[in-house]
Design a protein around this ligand. Sequence first.
Ligand SMILES: *Cc1c(COP(=O)(O)O)cnc(C)c1O
Length: 363
Amino acid sequence: MGGDEQKYVNEAFNTNWIAPLGPNVDGFENDLKNYTGIADVAALSSGTAALHLALILAGVTNGDDVICQSFTFSASANPIVYCGARPIFIDSEPDTWNMCTELLEKAIKQGLEQGRKPKAIVFVHLYGMPAKTQEIVDIANRYQILTIEDAAEALGSEINGKKLGTYGNFGVLSFNGNKIITTSGGGALISNDIIAVEKARFLATQARDPAPHYQHSEIGYNYRMSNICAGIGRGQMRVIDERVKRRREIFDFYYQELSSIPGIDFLIEPSGYFSNRWLSTITVNPKSGVTRETLRLALDRENIESRPLWKPLHLQPVFSSYPTFENGTSAKLFRDGLCLPSGSNLTDEDLNRIVNVIKLAIE
Ligand SMILES: *Cc1c(COP(=O)(O)O)cnc(C)c1O
């Protein structure tokens, strides 16, 4: 925590705003608007809820196809299935590890040939690294398909000074406990379409029509953020820039200490791209004689947790039957990639200990 969170939470208690609305919810939405430069923000109970509402607002219904990046956390795709739609998975490209634009266009063309135009495209900025965003948005515009930008891991990341989450028709943020800032659990839907965000707020509060009694003409959801959680979020917004700075320092330290070792590679920011470095990741080339697992187990023996990169969704048992456009990139990243400890509260001593274990394991 940054220090001011409790002040906002106490304010909520003192004023009895213990509800999924209130001054902290409004304040947190304003903080996010100012920080990202977006026109409107709906604070929600999770990033997953934000993805679900974005799909509904994009008109996704039963039997539709939705294109989705395969190399991501399952929450990027689960809401597609909630809508009764079919995910079409797209593999990654090596520069950013995010959606491959060639395969994206191939999938759209194939859908059109089969008379099944995809309803939306969910692309992701994994580990905070910006995807080839302008290219993806240009393709989507050319075929008039709406984009949902999953920036759950990428708050604070930018391309040419413009914050991620603001490029797609809809942007999704997450404030889950493991993200760069947290409200314990929470998310947001952000968009320059202020009518759509207003509709998201309506759907997120059980779709209650304006009437003195309870009146409903649509199916609603209970997806609004609580005023307590939003208080934590307001405090966290005061330290977001520090958090990004620290995560980038952690990445730079690993890079400085490990990048000259043959077989260990880092993901470098393409020109104009700025990553929040939510997680520091490496790939280990098995031809070097050391594998990702050698390093993971060596760290584990020292009680240091590290984790393989996300397992691509097209390789997950629950999603393996859906169509996939593959080039092998994400499967290889899953085989060779490792997320190193990356928490903002790691000390310099912790970091030295981690790189020493890695160096010893390689020797
Ligand atoms: C965390 C995450 C989500 C979901 O956010 P929640 O707030 O946990 O529901 C969606 N997509 C990605 C890429 C994530 O990392």
